[in-house]
Design a protein around this ligand. Sequence first.
Ligand SMILES: Cc1cc2nc3c(=O)[nH]c(=O)nc-3n(C[C@H](O)[C@H](O)[C@H](O)COP(=O)(O)OP(=O)(O)OC[C@H]3O[C@@H](n4cnc5c(N)ncnc54)[C@H](O)[C@@H]3O)c2cc1C
Length: 442
Amino acid sequence: MAPRVEPVTSNEAAPSRADVVIVGGGIIGASTALFLARKGVSTVLCEKGHIAGEQSSRNWGWCRKMGRDPRELPLIIESLRLWSGMDEMVEGDTGFRRTGILYLCENEKDLAKRQAWLQYANLHQLDSRMVTGDEAGRLLGGSARRWAGALYTASDGRAEPQKAAPAIARAAQRLGATVLGGCAVRGIETQAGRVAAVVTEKGRIACAAVVLCGGAWSGLFCRSLGLTLPQLKVLASVMRTAPIEGGPEAAAWGPGFAFRKRLDGGYTVAHGSANVAEIVPDSFRFFVDFLPVLRIEWRDVRLRLGKRFLEEWRTPGRWALDEVSPFERVRVLDPEPAAADLEAARRNLEAAFPVFKGTAIAERWAGLIDATPDTVPVISPVDKLPGFFIATGFSGHGFGIGPGAGRLAADLVTGDPPVVDPSPFRFSRFTDGSRPRPMAGV
Ligand SMILES: Cc1cc2nc3c(=O)[nH]c(=O)nc-3n(C[C@H](O)[C@H](O)[C@H](O)COP(=O)(O)OP(=O)(O)OC[C@H]3O[C@@H](n4cnc5c(N)ncnc54)[C@H](O)[C@@H]3O)c2cc1C
């Protein structure tokens, strides 16, 4: 069920001290490690399972500026700049290609929604533009439907989720970072109110700073420290086709389907408008925080009560650091994909693009997206705990922005001038009366 991820060989021993310890080896943790190592900072990257075992290997692989929340645009612009030199920087293959992305529109309402977003693109002189149905058809080739038009960004691209974070982690390792797979961080020790060490299942590592890049686990990690990070998990299902001849190069999102060509010649396909939010204790804890986003996204998110409620109910919020922690009990989150949604995606895709008809499905999997109430990440120091930083909550679009986010997190840790204004990503927005809200129509 889990997609095969390129392996990263762990360093043999955990050091007893480092400048910085990163919790979580997805694209965000790996990118943070790379940019810290490039600054000459001694860094340890701890991953409870294997590098990119969770969201970072399970996503669609889209690296897009298009349709972003305007608060994220400066960071994604920087991130795409980094992606274009990434293979060279990491001396590896992340699969990045600028092959363009289209949001296909069926009617005037869709067109108006997409057109409205262009005001943000224009502020940054992006190459995003509306195209006619004919041009969308030409750009993709082989469409059986006549589209009303599309929002198109030629400079957006794709990379390979099963290769990228491992390649970035290996590069960090070559620059001196220590990478520890199978190494859960249980918690943090403090001295005079600031971070002094992490306690991992492989021992204690003294450090001056910790960066939490724990994806869907970040809320629990924060709770164990007495910090409240409003975060919910959303289940998203994906499938991979066998290689296809003559399919579209550009990626596209249409009604009830989304696809992206892979380096192996197959396609990563999803429904795109059918996610599942399991009802868990956090759903009640953060109900008010998430109400605005639910109002906007209710058509695309189904609420479901399942066994996860009891599992999370039974998970303790605190534990002794010399005991096995919840992070060691689930090495890799590998939820069951929603088979009916994938089947619907396949039907919708085949009807719109007959080239996909009868193609074998090679793999199906799902991932748990970590969402914040305003669907904007947290990349921030934590005032209440000096030395503790958070880079998480990427709300279903953290792969493309990952390299930029890692660079920003590294700047914040070292106190260097930040690559972009970090204020939209501050942790304190949840408590300083800002009432963070998602942007409608992005
Ligand atoms: C189906 C799906 C499709 C998506 N499509 C896209 C897309 O096309 N484009 C895009 O930009 N984004 C996409 N996303 C979102 C993107 O994948 C995520 O935003 C991004 O991967 C988040 O990276 P991360 O490093 O924060 O989290 P993760 O990749 O989830 O990594 C977090 C890691 O932390 C580890 N960890 C947690 N706690 C501990 C601990 N205490 N000790 C040690 N390790 C710990 C976990 O094991 C995990 O490996 C998609 C997501 C999904 C699920």
